[in-house]
Design a protein. Structure first.
Length: 337
C-alpha cells in the first residue's frame, strides 16, 4: 500500500462539518488516546468538536478550526505510522506550529523548515524532539557549536534539551563526562548552617538537573555514573581552578552567576568539550547592584562567531499553557519588587 493510500482524506458533509477517514483502525485507537483524551485535548485547544465513527472522525466547527484540526490529526497519524508514540506535548507542539491567520512569510517559512527537518535526540530511555522552531535551532547549535547560550523564560526547554544532548553525546562516545552546574544563590551564607555533608547541603539546589538526567537514563545508571564521576552535578563555585576537557558542561540558571563567576566558568572550557549556558534574564536573584554574569557575557561575547546565542519567548513554553500566560502577565507588569 502506497503512502497516499495511508493519508487521511477529508470529505465535506454539512457546511460546518468535515469527515476524515483513517485506514488503520489500530493506529486510530492510539491517535484518539485512552478515553479519547487526545481528541479532547485537540477540541479544547482549537474550539472544534470531534466525533468518532468507526475508522472515521467527524470534525465540527469553524472552517479554519476544522482545517487546522485535520492537519494536526494527519501529522499525528503519520507519527504513529513511523512507530512513534503520541504524548500531550506532541499535540501541543502541532497546534503551536499550525500557521495562524495573518502570520508573516518569515514565520511561515521558519515553521515549514522546522517541520521538514525535525531533529531527534536519542537517549537511553526516550527519543526527544524539539517542539518549536526556536528549540530546533537551539538543539542544532548544541550539536554544532562548542559554546551555546540559551536565553529565555522558564518552561521553554533550555536546560532539558541541553541535558538531553549531553546524554546523547555521552552515550555515543563524543564526550567522556557530563558536568552539570548551577549557582547556589538561594543558599547564600546559610549553606554552612544546613545539616549534612556538602553533597546533602547542595543537592536540593541541583535537583532539577537530577530530574532531567533521570528522564533520559535509568536511575541505577545515573547513580553509578555519579559515583564514578562520569556525571558530576555541583554548584558553580566548585568549578574554580579546573580545566574541563572532553566533557559536556551545562551551566543552568546562569542569570544568578556574577560577572566574575561567569568569566571563571567560561574559561574552564578545555579540549574536546562543549559548554551550554542557560538562563532567564527576568529571574535574577543576585543582590541589588550586583551585575548578572549572563547579561555581562551577552554584551561581551555576541561578536564571536564560534559562540551561538539562541533566544526563546513565551511561544516556546512547553509546560502547561497557563505558564505562558503567567509569564506574559508578569512581563507586561514590569520588574517585580
Amino acid at each position: 500500500m502506497g503512502i497516499d493510500a495511508l493519508t487521511p482524506q477529508p470529505q465535506t458533509l454539512e457546511p460546518d462539518e468535515v469527515l476524515v477517514e483513517f485506514p488503520d483502525n489500530r493506529l486510530l485507537i492510539d491517535l484518539c488516546g485512552e478515553f479519547d483524551r487526545n481528541l479532547a485535548q485537540i477540541e479544547h485547544l482549537l474550539d472544534v468538536q470531534i466525533l468518532r465513527r468507526g475508522n472515521q472522525l467527524v470534525l465540527i466547527g469553524e472552517a479554519s478550526a476544522r482545517e487546522q484540526a485535520t492537519m494536526i490529526l494527519s501529522a499525528l497519524y503519520q507519527r504513529l505510522e513511523n512507530g512513534k508514540e503520541i504524548e500531550a506535548g506532541d499535540i501541543d507542539a502541532e497546534v503551536r506550529l499550525g500557521v495562524p491567520a495573518g502570520a508573516d512569510a518569515s514565520e511561515n517559512d521558519q515553521i515549514e523548515m522546522f517541520k521538514s527537518g525535525r531533529i531527534e535526540i536519542k537517549t537511553r530511555k526516550k527519543l526527544i524532539e524539539p517542539r518549536s522552531p526556536a528549540q530546533s535551532e537551539y538543539v542544532q547549535a548544541l550539536f554544532d557549536k562548542e559554546l551555546v547560550f540559551g536565553i529565555g523564560p522558564a518552561g521553554t526547554g533550555k536546560t532539558y534539551l541541553a541535558v538531553a544532548v549531553a546524554v546523547n553525546m555521552f552515550i555515543s562516545g563524543h564526550v567522556d563526562r557530563i558536568i552539570l552546574s548551577r549557582p547556589a544563590v538561594e543558599a547564600g551564607e546559610r549553606l554552612g548552617f544546613l545539616p549534612g555533608d556538602m553533597k546533602e547541603k547542595v543537592d536540593p539546589y541541583m535537583q532539577p538537573l537530577y530530574d532531567a538526567l533521570n528522564d533520559f537514563l535509568p536511575s541505577k545508571m545515573v547513580t553509578r555514573l555519579v559515583e564514578e564521576k562520569s556525571i558530576e552535578i555541583a554548584p558553580l563555585a566548585f568549578m574554580r581552578g579546573r580545566t574541563l576537557s572532553h566533557a559536556f558542561v551545562v551551566l543552568d540558571e546562569a542569570q544568578n552567576a556574577t560577572a566574575m563567576q561567569m568569566k571563571m566558568f567560561l574559561t574552564r572550557l578545555g579540549e574536546g568539550s562543549r559548554m551550554v549556558v542557560t538562563g532567564d534574564r527576568t529571574q535574577v536573584d543576585l543582590q541589588r547592584g550586583v551585575q548578572s554574569g549572563l547579561h555581562d557575557a551577552e554584551n561581551l561575547l555576541k561578536g564571536i562567531n564560534q559562540i551561538s546565542f539562541k533566544y526563546f519567548t513565551t511561544k516556546d513554553v512547553v509546560r502547561h499553557k497557563l505558564v505562558a500566560k503567567i509569564i506574559e502577565a508578569y512581563d507586561k507588569a514590569g520588574p517585580v519588587g
